[in-house]
Ligand binder design. Structure first.
Ligand code: FAD
Ligand code: UDP
Length: 374
């Protein structure tokens, strides 16, 4: 039996992003008392949307929900209806436009190849001298998948601009996220289910948190002892190294800076996402938010996404899962494994490149384990 005499809540959940909100939803449903705190002035973490010019603006970068898992698809559909949006970004390389992900349309535009066989031949010819057996880094992986032309025009500069690191110093798995298709299919994802919640992502978070108590503008670290003692268990979704006072050093993140523009026209770029894959354009992507929801508003809102590196306290968007950081992470994980009342979950606490459906799956799995009392 747990001693809850002096504790006000069963769970204090630090962070109201998808992990915290899903966990809170499941525990509340099972009759547990939960308090959620978040240091931001809104709930939802990075999937938060702000309404500007009557358009749902993805405040922390474009988010497209996709999954292969019917259970997870039904789970999110409890809270919002999803539209039929299919992500088909365009790459702009020095003014030339190409379809993404890499597919027969991309190959045709580059080489004039009309059949898969022709395209495969071009790729094979381009890499025959490279002798890549087991790709050791992102560059080798990309060249092996799509050849050297596409690597030069659509991958190398975009990746190096985005990550602020040479493609030869990045892990191969990053590029494996992208499909390479020998069909004329511009769908960026392979998953069976995909879409944007009609009315924006806040509908999902508000649905998850409907019966939960939440305090915003509260940073756990400002009164750590108080918060540690308010509940029987803590669910921590912030940075794991911060939880342990950075005692072994800081985990690195790739960050981003967003510039928002409102334009007095109804259609700025004709697509929700355009990637700028050359080295010279300072931003990596431009989002036009209304196209995620097929909007017909008279004005339009766009966001330019710039890479940001070396800025202290920048928003920690993407973990940099290189060897140095992974060995640091293991040290923190050893401390975390010894905790009996703290659960670490989500992108920051697990230091993982999680998509939304994976975060929800992880929160559901961890809440189940808790409820079984394992
Ligand atoms: P977060 O959303 O980061 O939530 C953590 C919360 O904890 C935040 O609200 C934070 O304020 C709070 N917090 C942290 N520390 C403290 C503290 N000390 N005290 C109080 N509160 C604290 N996924 C997809 O599936 N599709 C996409 O298209 C997609 N696009 C993405 C684009 C970008 C630019 C980024 C960065 C991610 C994208 N993702 C996408 C991933 C998606 O954003 C994450 O999987 C998901 O939002 C992670 O949820 P989380 O709860 O783990 O973390
Ligand atoms: N990528 C690229 N060119 C593109 C799009 C993606 O080289 O036009 C590479 C880049 O290295 C990126 C990776 O593919 O980090 C994964 O792309 P994704 O769109 O999944 O990145 P995210 O949305 O997570 O930033």
């Amino acid at each position: 039996m747990k001693d809850i005499k002096n504790k006000k809540y069963d769970y204090l959940i630090v962070g109201s992003g998808l992990f915290g909100a899903t966990f809170a939803h499941e525990m509340t449903k099972a009759g547990k008392s939960c308090l959620i705190i978040d240091k931001r002035d809104h709930s939802g973490g990075n999937i938060h949307c702000k309404k500007i010019e009557d358009i749902n603006v993805h405040w922390y970068g474009a988010h497209i929900f996709h999954t292969n898992d019917k259970f997870l698809w039904d789970y999110v559909n409890q809270f919002a209806e999803f539209n039929r949006y299919t992500n088909s970004p365009i790459a702009n390389y020095k003014g030339e436009l190409y379809n993404l992900p890499f597919n027969m349309n991309t190959f045709y535009k580059l080489w004039g190849t009309k059949t898969p066989e022709e395209a495969l031949k071009v790729i094979a010819k381009q890499i025959q001298h490279l002798d890549i057996d087991e790709p050791k880094n992102l560059e080798e992986q990309a060249q092996k998948l799509v050849g050297t032309d596409i690597y030069e025009k659509l991958i190398k500069h975009y990746t190096e601009k985005q990550w602020g690191t040479k493609a030869t110093d990045l892990p191969a798995f990053i590029i494996k996220r992208l499909p390479v298709r020998f069909t004329f299919d511009n769908n960026y994802f392979n998953d069976k289910y995909q879409g944007i919640p009609i009315g924006g992502y806040n509908k999902i978070i508000d649905g998850l948190l409907k019966n939960c108590e939440i305090k915003l503008n509260v940073d756990f670290f400002e009164d750590r002892n108080y918060w540690l003692n308010i509940a029987e268990n803590i669910v921590f979704t912030g940075k794991i190294d911060a939880f342990y006072d950075f005692q072994f050093g800081e985990l690195e993140y790739r960050s981003l800076r967003y510039e928002l523009e409102i334009h007095e026209i109804d259609n700025y770029q004709g697509n929700a996402v355009i990637n700028f894959t050359d080295a010279e354009t300072p931003y990596t992507r431009v989002y036009e938010h209304k196209h995620f929801e097929f909007g017909t508003q008279p004005k339009t809102v766009i966001t330019k996404e710039y890479p940001l590196k070396g800025i202290k306290n920048a928003e920690p968007y993407y973990p940099v899962n290189n060897e140095k950081n992974m060995s640091l992470l293991r040290k923190y994980q050893l401390l975390a494994e010894k905790e009996t009342k703290v659960i670490f979950g989500g992108r920051l606490a697990e230091y993982r490149y999680y998509d939304m459906h994976q975060v929800i799956a992880s929160a559901l799995a961890k809440s189940k384990v808790e409820l079984r009392g394992e």
